[in-house]
Design a protein around this ligand. Structure first.
Ligand code: ADP
Length: 225
């Protein structure tokens, strides 16, 4: 996926300032940055949801995973999953529901689930929807630590099977370091830090990753590239 001179202006606010980046296909890239840095705007531009200046190429079909599950309230869980499948799809929604730990809950409705369970369904749906690029905007932010650990692991396992290109927005350096092949820090719409994360998978949730301190320094303005 290639971003060339991507800029976005909201009135006097420069949300994105000439972002030029090439993201490797089949890898997970974390986008870090304080609130207002332009992370969501970059995802929305990549998804084609907003107009912007510059070009973005190689995104293909997009699946989007948000902080809140955004399930359709009047459909059962299995209906929510089947809803995103093309008519002749061979994909198995029941199997995917089981993969995220919710077998037997096919006929439940979203309101009967906990927040964490709903997010599992959202993860299942994001991976079931046929896509080339998966955009994730703070998908673990509202979860407690234990759930976060489980769902980060789940996303990694599902990604391993599909190897789609993932762009993952987070403000949590640990999440970025656990799940990504590369971390990019945005500040005021610009890239201020960009580094590969070499650590082999699976990474230990409880052990700070070596790259985390570099991210923190970039986030707090102590290093700029
Ligand atoms: P992040 O995701 O890093 O928190 P955003 O991409 O949401 O940052 O926002 C970047 C900047 O653009 C912020 O200053 C924000 O207020 C502004 N912005 C984002 N969306 C809009 C919008 N729809 N209208 C006006 N300003 C916006």
């Amino acid at each position: 996926m290639k971003f060339a001179e991507v800029s976005k202006q909201y009135g006097a606010v420069t949300a994105l300032d000439k972002i030029t980046l090439e993201l490797e296909e089949g890898k997970i890239t974390a986008l870090l940055g304080e609130s207002g840095a332009g992370k969501s705007t970059l995802l929305n531009a990549a998804a084609g949801l907003i107009p912007f200046a510059g070009t973005i190429e190689g995104v293909g079909k997009v699946s989007y995973l948000f902080q809140s599950a955004k399930l359709l309230p009047n459909l059962t869980l299995i209906q929510n999953l089947r809803f995103v499948l093309p008519a002749k799809s061979e994909a198995n929604a029941e199997e995917m529901l089981a993969r995220v730990g919710l077998s037997g809950r096919e006929k439940s409705y979203p309101h009967e689930l906990s927040g964490g369970e709903r997010q599992r369904v959202a993860i299942a749906r994001a991976f079931l929807f046929p896509h080339d690029t998966l955009l994730m905007d703070e998908p673990f932010s509202s979860l407690d630590l234990a759930l976060k650990k489980t769902l980060v692991g789940l996303v990694y396992e599902l990604w391993l099977e599909k190897k789609s290109t993932v762009v993952f927005v987070t403000h949590d350096v640990r999440e970025a370091a656990l799940l990504s092949h590369r971390g990019i820090v945005l500040k005021k719409g610009r890239v201020v830090y960009d580094a590969p994360i070499e650590e082999p998978f699976p990474r230990d949730f409880f052990r700070p990753q070596p790259v985390e301190s570099a991210f923190v320094k970039a986030l707090t303005g102590e290093t700029e590239c």
